[in-house]
Design a protein around this ligand. Structure first.
Ligand SMILES: C[S@@+](CC[C@H](N)C(=O)[O-])C[C@H]1O[C@@H](n2cnc3c(N)ncnc32)[C@H](O)[C@@H]1O
Length: 248
């Protein structure tokens, strides 16, 4: 992991825990501000199946409970679609991937869940990414994810090691996708993944983008904002840090 990313996150966390927010330079009250939703409904607290799974995976994820619960419910919703595998690119230690796979199993989806990661960190950072430089989140391993999958007794998971789609697309046997979670932090990786997923995504299919709206992952916001106007998709900005495309 590069120092610049570590330093930024450490400073940001320190200020946040002291009750202060750091905004991108000169942007407070502009494109970025602190968002505090006023709704109080919190079904993740009383959903026992979710809680059982979340307690088992929470030490393996960087994703907060709100986004985890959205993945949980959208993976369940994807069972209404008649066909297609599920895929996550950006697995790190396996937390969100295992959560999606558990829900797919509980929902009776009889298709594989592909979990794809380099296991050597972020790739393809470039001019559209102001914080990431490449190599971040390399503090994981294939074995870490294999163990989590085994501990949860998940039989529907296929783990693909390497850059997706460049190195591992050939290992995806399904030619249709119903649900995709993309959590790769930078613009170009996201673009290459969606260029691969979109033609395979069934009508009604769902793509969840982690970090949409994050000041640290501005490449993701840029990518979705460029694509959202295409006529074959509906876009949702959920204020929790997820952007979602639904295929028409
Ligand atoms: C933020 S982490 C994923 C977090 C994970 N979803 C969780 O539950 O905490 C981003 C991951 O994306 C992976 N990654 C980035 N670009 C990739 C690509 N094109 N193919 C495969 N993995 C990629 C990195 O190796 C890293 O593990």
């Amino acid at each position: 992991m590069r120092l610049s990313y570590r330093l930024k996150m450490a400073v940001w966390s320190m200020f946040r825990s002291a009750g202060y927010e750091i905004f991108p330079r000169g942007d407070k009250g502009g494109r970025y501000e602190t968002i505090l939703p006023t709704s109080m409904y919190s079904p993740w607290n009383v959903d026992t199946a979710f809680q059982d799974c979340y307690q088992a995976i929470k030490s393996h994820t960087l994703v907060d409970i709100f986004r985890c619960y959205e993945l949980w419910t959208l993976a369940q919703q994807s069972a209404k679609l008649s066909e297609g595998a599920l895929i996550e690119v950006g697995v790190w230690r396996g937390g969100t991937g295992a959560l999606i796979a558990k829900q797919a199993e509980l929902s009776g989806i009889n298709q594989p869940v592909y979990l794809c990661d380099t296991f050597t960190g972020v790739v393809k950072a470039g001019v559209n990414d102001s914080t990431y430089t490449g190599g971040e989140h390399d503090n994981t391993s294939l074995g870490t994810v294999e163990k989590l999958v085994a501990d949860l007794k998940l039989r529907n998971v296929r783990i693909l090691k390497g850059i997706f789609p460049d190195d591992t697309e050939h290992a995806v046997e399904s030619d249709k996708i119903r649900f995709c979670h993309v959590d790769v932090d930078v613009y170009q990786s996201t673009k290459d993944i969606i260029d691969w997923v979109w033609p395979r995504l069934v009508p009604g299919g769902i793509i969840v983008f982690d970090d949409y709206g994050s000041a640290f992952c501005d490449g993701i916001t840029k990518y979705m904002n460029e694509e959202m106007h295409k006529p074959d998709r509906i876009m949702l900005y959920n204020l929790n840090g997820h952007g979602v495309f639904f295929k028409r």
